[in-house]
Design a protein around this ligand. Sequence first.
Ligand code: NDP
Length: 475
Amino acid sequence: MAAYQEKKFAQERKHKIIQNDTKASQGQWGRAWEVDWFSLASILFLLMFAPLIVYYFIMSCDQYQCSLTDPLLDLLMGNKHLSDIWNKTPMLTYRAAGIYSLWVTFQVVLYVFIPDFCHKFLPGYVGGVQEGAVTPAGVVNKYEINGLQAWIITHVLWFANASCLHFFSPTIIFDNWIPLLWCANILGYAVSTFAMIKGYFFPTNARDCKFTGNFFYDYMMGIEFNPRIGKWFDFKLFFNGRPGIVAWTLINLSFAAKQQELYGEVTNSMILVNVLQGIYVLDFFWNEAWYLKTIDICHDHFGWYLGWGDCVWLPYLYTLQGLYLVYHPVQLCTAHAIGILMLGLLGYYIFRMTNHQKDLFRRTNGNCRIWGKKPEYIECSYMSVDGTKYHSKLMTSGFWGWARHFNYTGDLMGSLAYCLACGFEHILPYFYIVYMTILLTHRCIRDEHRCWSKYGKDWKRYTAAVPYRLLPGIF
Ligand code: NDP
């Protein structure tokens, strides 16, 4: 039914002459309508191998002290069979299933049933009911922004338990790490499959659905733009932020507790990882309203990429440094530790200021000051599916005049800092910077393709004014 409606809308769209008189910009913004062979091959690769990659990393810590090469060597030299490794892998347990169910239920309750009170007493914090960006179908969704509150309540309870209540050990996450991986996978697949079925049979907004006709592409990249249950349970906002990102700092705390239990101390590298990643997580929740305007919420549809990615990939691979440090407790010399802290803080500063400049610029429609001056910008326009014309501005000063994605550059500097905290003995903790470099470079290209489709020749004027993507003068 929704597929039929969408086909009809697509046909109507074809007849509309839209913005900037360019053929390429015929309302094609949002994710792809057609699948090329390269995208399909990448998607099949990820669907098959991403779960294996996560398993391989976690297993190599559990069975090989975080060596990524030893399991392969063992297999290649015939010292071990796949079945030996699999037989040593902890299976799903009732305890892990109970912990995980309780965890997700608790986050759902915090998300759905407790309206935000933080914005009432925290100056500068934007919470409560907020509007998202205009979707390709011209819809503006409302969101209840209460992630900071959920993060605070969860962490207050965690510390209360660790210091006086003692209902469970703070090492509980580390101690059940692999059984919890199976639970996260079950949820990740269940929610992605549900989202696909929902897209076909009962979408929240049929005009914001996209069907390429390719099952794997639609499953991976999603059909519905903003699937919801009821008025407020928004899949994208919930799964992006909680349970994965709220869990991120708890997972790191659990790893620190395990270090304490095993070695009688928490190393400075573990503290650095906890602090730098803690700042990043807190920043995310402090700016959750701003997050409504980022690519994940504004442009990506909800499929396996977001559903499984948020449940499994993020909590398991973004926390590899902390996990590694449980097996290899690195104590850094003071100079090294300060250097890493500086790199992490500088990266965070660039990341935050760049994002802040765009947010301020967009919120005030350019009536603000960036680095003490009125911002420079390029006027541009685009149209939604229903033919409504919108106007927008692309800033060409501040960090946005240095490069088109300097926020990614700051993010990458911070990511490198987490990895460097783990020393140079193994490559496993460096996975994060490799992954982030691929993710953000790909995202840059993806975003630019979308912006070009959306703004047409205005986008070309912008790229001529700001020629570099990440590093001024280089890329
Ligand atoms: P951006 O915040 O850079 O948003 C890109 C959008 O901003 C474009 O699509 C366009 O949207 C608008 N835009 C582009 N150029 C300009 C300009 N010059 N002036 C005004 N608006 C402009 O990208 P993301 O949403 O990807 O990233 C947000 C943050 O999240 C980044 O800092 C990134 O590092 C971080 N991130 C972290 C990840 C992680 O896993 N740790 C993953 C992904 C992102 P429009 O259509 O409105 O014009």
